[in-house]
Design a protein around this ligand. Structure first.
Ligand SMILES: [Zn+2]
Length: 293
């Protein structure tokens, strides 16, 4: 089955991973800006990172017919350094007009500190002023419920924010309804240590349904699995879920969310649309709709 991985850090993965993902049916990935495993020394370090996201990875992915999209921000961990974060936020607009940039992310909280909350709100301000989509990181383990609550309260407290243009990521059983009930999209992360297993993710689908929900691998430099979405597909099939429901979660939903981006560009060869309904049965999209959506 064709799928999209809406959250994976390909900068940390080898080229063979792209090949194996393509062999498993991956059509597109989106890569949020994140913590590189060390705190960067200056805003210029982020400039180089953004160039990598918008210039290098799309070319590497294209070798395997995978479309690469990205999100820009200062991650919550480095947001503890408010001065540096403000310098980085100031340079983001230069990169927002690059092709394949979907919005601001992954912003959010890590340890739920006051500095993190300040920088989170400054990112939200930038996103609303520039009409960008937002991808939100929620904290891990014991900080998750409180952090998710804080994030949702901050977003709901800003009347400019449209929840339909925000995805709350790394949801688990105890936070998924917080996000969905407030009208946000949400992402389940299939990560072997700190987040959901494929089995738990299928339990969540059985609990809340398949509306406004995505599944991703969050593959990165940690112990993680770039083929986690195909494993989720296998588990959905094993439990007898119909193909239409599986495809909705791993393909149609990410597309519906991404297509709201002002700069969303579908590849001209119809690579993605054609595979929505199977080869040869694509619904042709009028040029005007392509340009707008
Ligand atoms: Zn991430």
């Amino acid at each position: 089955m064709y799928y999209i991985d809406p959250h994976i850090h390909m900068i940390s993965r080898v080229t063979d991973d792209y090949q194996r993902m393509a062999q498993c049916g991956c059509l597109a990935v989106s890569e949020p800006a994140f913590w590189a495993g060390f705190d960067r020394g200056s805003a210029e370090g982020f400039r180089d990172y953004f160039r990598h996201l918008v210039e290098v990875e799309p070319k590497r992915a294209a070798q395997f017919d995978i479309c690469h999209y990205s999100w820009l921000c200062v991650n919550a961990k480095e947001a503890e350094n408010v001065k540096l974060s403000r310098e980085v936020i100031a340079l983001i607009p230069e990169y927002l007009n690059r092709p394949n940039v979907l919005g601001i992310g992954e912003i959010g909280l890590n340890k739920n500190t006051a500095n993190e909350a300040t920088i989170f709100q400054e990112h939200v301000d930038l996103a609303t002023k520039t009409d960008e989509l937002m991808l939100i990181h929620t904290p891990h383990l014991e900080d998750k419920y409180k952090g998710t609550r804080m994030i949702i309260d901050m977003l709901k407290g800003d009347r400019r924010v449209n929840p339909a243009r925000v995805c709350i990521d790394h949801v688990e059983e105890h936070t998924v309804r917080l996000a969905l009930d407030s009208g946000f999209w949400c992402g389940m992360t299939l990560y072997p240590t700190t987040k959901c297993t494929p089995e738990r993710a299928v339990d969540i689908i059985e609990m809340v349904g398949s509306e406004r929900i995505l599944a991703n691998s969050a593959g990165d430099w940690g112990k993680s699995n770039p083929l986690a979405v195909p494993e989720f597909i296998q588990e959905m099939k094993r439990r007898g879920h119909p193909e239409t429901v599986i495809r909705k979660v791993v393909h149609d939903n990410p597309l519906e969310f991404f297509r709201q981006s002002v700069r969303w560009q579908e590849p001209a060869d119809g690579r993605i649309t054609e595979k929505e309904t199977g080869p040869g049965t694509a619904r042709p999209r009028p040029a005007a709709e392509m340009a707008r959506s």
